[in-house]
Design a protein around this ligand. Structure first.
Ligand SMILES: Cc1cc2nc3c(=O)[nH]c(=O)nc-3n(C[C@H](O)[C@H](O)[C@H](O)COP(=O)(O)OP(=O)(O)OC[C@H]3O[C@@H](n4cnc5c(N)ncnc54)[C@H](O)[C@@H]3O)c2cc1C
Length: 244
């Protein structure tokens, strides 16, 4: 079974997915802001929308989500983060439905063992919604922070292209992009997929490229990095389905 969020961290095989895929409809797209500042968001809410809505209501903390094109469910599953923050730091609890036991439970960041781009959610566990704590802020300051983050992204990351964000997790104490760049691999290409010239940990697929092209590029860069540095980079991007 494959649970889909907004697909921003996924590369799905050219042969498709040989099983059940679940995606969440509009019923899971609501955002409610309670008097005490708790923000309850449905699993399908796009993260940039969550960042903007909370700021508009004078609630801060979730601004870092503005540059992450995933959903609330994907953010919980991946412990999405950036700009000095991460999902786990603001999550009060997620409502998780287990298809194996047909039971739903409220799980905290500790229950989910959230760490760098990791949670212990299994493929048959669905995040239905999440409650976040927030802090009171001046909406004008919040808007400024949103602008800073989007501007930073525009300068440092390739926008408007087919990519799935950071390809590899950063190894402890280093940055995957720096290592790949140092090996001169910016612009390195396999068929329809290339290492971004703007940020070496982003790989871009040409329109019409095969998922296999992306997979082959990821594996080749990983092999070259290990050969030259001994570091075995771990993909952050998830591959779903069959790849050769
Ligand atoms: C341009 C760009 C920039 C990015 N920048 C960042 C960044 O700064 N920081 C960062 O952390 N990530 C970043 N990403 C990666 C991605 O946006 C995050 O990992 C995001 O959290 C994935 O959310 P999604 O809804 O797209 O999940 P998907 O890609 O659809 O799925 C990712 C994983 O989560 C699971 N999943 C999705 N929804 C649910 C659910 N409701 N219940 C249970 N499991 C679920 C899927 O099964 C899959 O295992 C970036 C991606 C892009 C394309």
């Amino acid at each position: 079974m494959l649970v889909l969020g907004r697909g921003s961290n996924l590369v799905i095989s050219d042969k498709g997915w040989p099983g059940l895929a679940i995606s969440f409809g509009p019923r899971f797209s609501t955002v409610e802001i309670e008097a005490d500042g708790t923000v309850s968001a449905g699993t399908a809410v796009p993260l940039p929308r969550l960042a903007r809505e909370t700021v508009k209501h004078g609630r801060g903390g979730l601004e870092f989500f503005v540059g992450i094109p995933g959903s609330v469910g994907g953010a919980v599953r991946m412990n999405a983060g950036g700009h000095g923050s991460e999902t786990a730091a603001w999550l009060l609890h997620a409502r998780v439905f287990d298809l194996g036991t047909a039971a739903s439970s409220k799980m905290t960041a500790d229950d989910l063992e959230m760490s760098y781009r990791h949670s212990n959610l299994r493929p048959n566990q669905l995040v239905l919604s999440a409650d976040f704590r927030t802090e009171a802020i001046d909406p004008a300051q919040g808007e400024e922070r949103l602008r800073e983050i989007t501007q930073w992204r525009r300068i440092h990351q390739p926008g408007g292209t087919h990519n799935a964000g950071s390809v590899f997790r950063n190894p402890p104490g280093d940055a995957a992009g720096r290592i790949i760049d140092e090996l001169g691999l910016k612009g390195f290409r396999i068929r329809g997929a290339a290492v971004s010239k703007k940020h070496a940990n982003f790989f871009e697929a040409d329109p019409g490229a095969a998922a296999q092209d992306v997979y082959d590029l990821v594996m080749e860069v990983r092999r070259r990095v290990e050969d030259k540095t001994g570091i075995d980079l771990q993909p952050e991007v998830q591959f779903a389905g069959d790849f050769e």
